[in-house]
Design a protein around this ligand. Structure first.
Ligand code: NDP
Length: 498
């Protein structure tokens, strides 16, 4: 592992964007908070202030919801054809692609992730999600239904209609991707949106808001209110004028969202935490499984809800795999994400750093052995060593709780039959993986594992066409693919006597 701090030239547009306080997007206007307050967003590579951002709270959420309601019910948006909505979404995808470099730099500076990944993963994924959902705008169909009611002859059909005004609350780990996962299907379905980005990473969402206006979406269709979860987020989740709330983040806050939504029984979808099992059988191709498993946990500094944080390895190859995954950590170039040679950046915030360090302490105290890593790197920024822990027991916090950092617990298993039980011994059920050359075993495992996604001989493969979401306490509903449209539409039955 090497560290790099070489200075890097920031895009002049990005410098300008950061140099003045960023307002929020309400009703097509860039406005200050009603309170006049702003908050600071930080560069996690240095701990220094990056930009000032308008701090939305209940009053701003009220205005944003009113603007979204108005544009849902009147004006050009409800009059637009599905094709026109699709064209707007496609135009937005083109604008995001045209501004790739600037969005990638903003994402990296705000979140810390390596610029390399912002360029090849975050921004291109947002482009593809808007393109994929642009295609769906013209394909949201109902059905005709043959009735057997004895009272006469009927023509019955169903319509799929937009659910209405949607509130969307997103986290800091993939800020632009999360904004696109939320906004694109909602807009394809004809909803209007109030999006609250995470306080740590509001910048790309605010820039996206500018591109949304530039693409020509009618005013008020998308409103973006940065602010804190306890104020702006809670106000949005509880708002009686919101028909549906979509949330990605911790399971703990997911519970609060579900409770807050009960006031007006708004629809709820939740994409929450994970503690994903990653299972390597003795017959796996270890040349692929070892780097794949390292990437499964260390990608995005481990700050991904699907992180392969529980690595189950057959005892016959356990030492080889542990040594291999530990060896992969030596290949990282750690440093500020904005440096193009960095492939492991800092954690997002001081809070996240102390949270992950707390888990490392707890693992050591409970008897886990550190094979590699285990410590903070330096005292500037929020860097932490990629870490492999062994000698862990099922009751330990490092095995049971979501760490959301580059920390993997490796656990040997003896009998192939027992590993599915171990894999399922968690409150979560978001993702999982199986590495084996035996295709039957792979599919038997895929059937046994209780998780929304099972990868076979790969990890973290996402696609706008592939539904994603969690079993158990990992959430409610599926994002992406056709399934995402179900989150943003209501079914109406129409029945006519003929
Ligand atoms: P949170 O769940 O607190 O944050 C996610 C979003 O929810 C943010 O926009 C946050 O706002 C908002 N929020 C917070 N509290 C409320 C509330 N009471 N009502 C409405 N919205 C709220 O995650 P954290 O940032 O605190 O991270 C803590 C842990 O959560 C991580 O260590 C990780 O384990 C997990 N997590 C999981 C993610 C996932 O993808 N499943 C993503 C991020 C975190 P704000 O940030 O402005 O306060």
């Amino acid at each position: 592992m090497v560290t790099t701090t070489a200075p890097v030239q920031i895009d002049p547009f990005v410098q300008k964007f950061l140099s003045r306080p960023r307002g929020m997007l309400i009703g097509g206007e860039c406005v200050d908070a009603q309170s006049g307050k702003t908050f600071e967003t930080y560069n996690p590579a240095t701990g220094e202030v990056l930009a000032q951002v308008a701090e939305g709270d209940t009053a701003d959420i009220d205005l944003a919801v009113a603007a979204a309601r108005k544009s849902f019910e009147t004006g050009p948006w409800p009059e637009m054809s599905p094709a026109q909505r699709g064209h707007l979404l496609w135009k937005l995808s083109d604008l995001i692609a045209a501004h790739l470099e600037e969005l990638a730099e903003l994402e990296t500076l705000d979140n810390g992730k390596p610029l390399f990944f912002s360029r090849i993963v975050d921004v291109p994924t947002a482009v593809e999600v808007f393109r994929y959902m642009a295609g769906w705008a013209t394909k949201i169909e109902g059905t005709t239904v043959p009735l057997s009611a004895p009272m006469g002859k009927f023509l019955a059909y169903t319509l799929r209609e937009p659910v209405g005004v949607v509130g969307q609350i997103i986290p800091w780990n993939f800020p632009l991707i999360m904004a696109s996962w939320k906004l694109a299907p909602a807009l394809a379905a004809g909803c209007t949106c109030v999006l609250k980005p995470a306080e740590q990473t509001p910048l790309t969402a605010l820039r996206l808001g500018e591109l949304i206006q530039e693409a020509g979406f009618p005013d008020g269709v998308v409103n973006i209110v940065p602010g804190f979860g306890e104020t702006a987020g809670a106000a949005l989740a509880a708002h009686p004028g919101v028909d549906k709330i979509a949330f990605t983040g911790s399971t703990e806050v997911g519970r609060l969202i579900a409770k807050a939504a009960t006031g007006n029984l708004k629809k709820v979808s939740l994409e929450l935490g994970g503690k994903s099992p990653n299972v390597i059988f003795a017959d796996a191709d270890l040349k692929v499984a070892i780097p794949g498993s390292a990437s499964a946990i260390f990608f995005n500094q481990g700050q991904i809800c699907t992180a392969g944080s529980r690595l189950f390895v057959h005892k016959s190859v356990f030492d080889q795999v542990v040594e291999g995954v530990a060896g992969e950590t030596k290949k990282f170039t750690v440093g500020p994400g904005i440096n193009p040679s960095t492939n492991l950046g800092p954690l997002v915030s001081k809070e996240q750093l102390s949270r992950v360090c707390g888990y490392l302490d707890s693992g050591t105290k409970e008897g886990a052995k550190t094979v590699v890593g285990g410590k903070r790197i330096g005292d500037t920024g929020y860097f932490i060593e990629p870490t492999v822990l062994i000698d862990v027991k099922p009751h330990m916090r490092v095995v049971r709780e979501e760490i959301f950092g580059p920390v993997v617990t490796a656990i040997p298993f003896h009998e192939p039959e027992e590993v599915a039980t171990f894999a399922n011994d968690t409150i979560y059920g978001l993702a999982s993986a199986v590495w084996t050359r035996d295709i039957s075993k792979a599919h038997r495992m895929a059937a046994k594992i209780r998780a929304g996604t099972v990868w076979i001989n790969c990890y973290n493969v996402f696609d706008p066409a592939l539904p994603f979401g969690g079993y158990k306490q990992s959430g409610w509903g599926r994002e992406m693919g056709r399934a995402a449209l179900d989150l943003y539409t209501e079914s109406k039955s129409v029945c006519a006597q003929i």
